[in-house]
Structure formats: structure tokens, C-alpha cells
Design a protein around this ligand. Sequence first.
Ligand code: 3PG
Length: 207
Amino acid sequence: MSQFTPEQIFSRSPVIPVLIIKRLEDALPLASALLRGGIDIIEITLRSECALAAISLIREQLPQMLVGAGTVLTSADIDAVVNAGGQFIVTPGATEPLLDQLRQCPIAVIPGISTVSEAMTARAKGFYHLKFFPAEACGGASTLAALAGPLSDIQFCATGGIRPSNKQDYLALAHVPCIGGTWLTPQAAIDAQDWQQISQLAAAAIQ
Ligand code: 3PG
């Protein structure tokens, strides 16, 4: 199994779709629609019963897609994602026990932080690629810009409240190579199986 580094994950695409897959049968058409729109990386959140099955299915059927898991909260989640074939892990926050468990993880890990102190703790434990979450609620791009001063060796993926109208504010920052969000995969479009809309949203997001 080829392994990906955090650097490779951050440079794969400027936008990482964050998916909440409620029905397993939506997994392949949804991932295929994103591929057609030009995006070959996804974060599937562990917020639905079929999330792990969706990770395995997409890994098996769409090998060109890089598949990570989000909403990873516990060491049991970490093990489940690795066993499902997930290629990277994203966490919403960074408690010290979780960071210690993530250090043992065989796949790439992007811990989530929302404060300078959390970022410093993650950095001290060897993590230099972090998720800034929830980005808009925590001051948005101007907060992230301020973090670049003292934390100049850390790169961030910002998520939480990012939309087409504000995404460029983040991507304009040199230490923010990518952002993530759910806006590319509206639940109404998934329910309507409007895969074309999702391809269009993906294509527009990376323009
Ligand atoms: C999340 O983990 O919920 C993501 O950051 C997505 O946030 P969004 O729904 O505001 O895009």
C-alpha cells in the first residue's frame, strides 16, 4: 500500500471536499462526480453509520481518489479508519492523549487546532501540517495570517464556514495551501442525485 505524506495531501488539490455520506449507495457516484470535476482527494467524516464502508468502497473502486477520514475523535476511530483503508486522518481538535495516539498512526495525520497554544502543542509533538477549525468562527483568514508570524514552519488547511465567497482569502495565504468544506456536496444535490451539480461545484472550486 503506498503511503502519502502530509505534504502530498496538502499539495494534492487547493480544495478538499468534506463529505457526510448518509447512504452507502451515494458513495461511488458522489466520488465519481468530484473526480469528473477535477478533484481527486476527499475527506469522509465519521458522522454517519456507513462512513467506514464508504471509505473502503471508494478505495476499492476508485483507486485514483485519495481518501481520508474526518471527525476522528478516539483511538478506536484511528484503528477503524486504518482498517477501512483510509489514506489520511483529520481531527477536529488536538487533545494531548489523542495527539500521542496519532503519533503511532501508520497513515498521514492532520490534527485540528483553533488556538496558538493548540498549534504549539501539536508542533511540539511533531505535527507541522494542521487543520484550522472552525476557521470562520475563529476569526477566519486574518487569524490564520497572524499565526504565520510565530508559527512560520506550520502549514494549515482551513475548514469550517468556507464558501466560494471567502475561499480566496484563505488560499491567498502562503502557509495555507488548501482549504476544505462541505459546500461542494450539498445534501439536497446528493438527495436529488444531481451529480452534475456536484461536478460543476468541484470544477468551480478549483478554478
Ligand atoms: C467540518 O468538519 O465540519 C468541516 O470543517 C466542514 O465545515 P463546513 O460545513 O462549514 O464546510
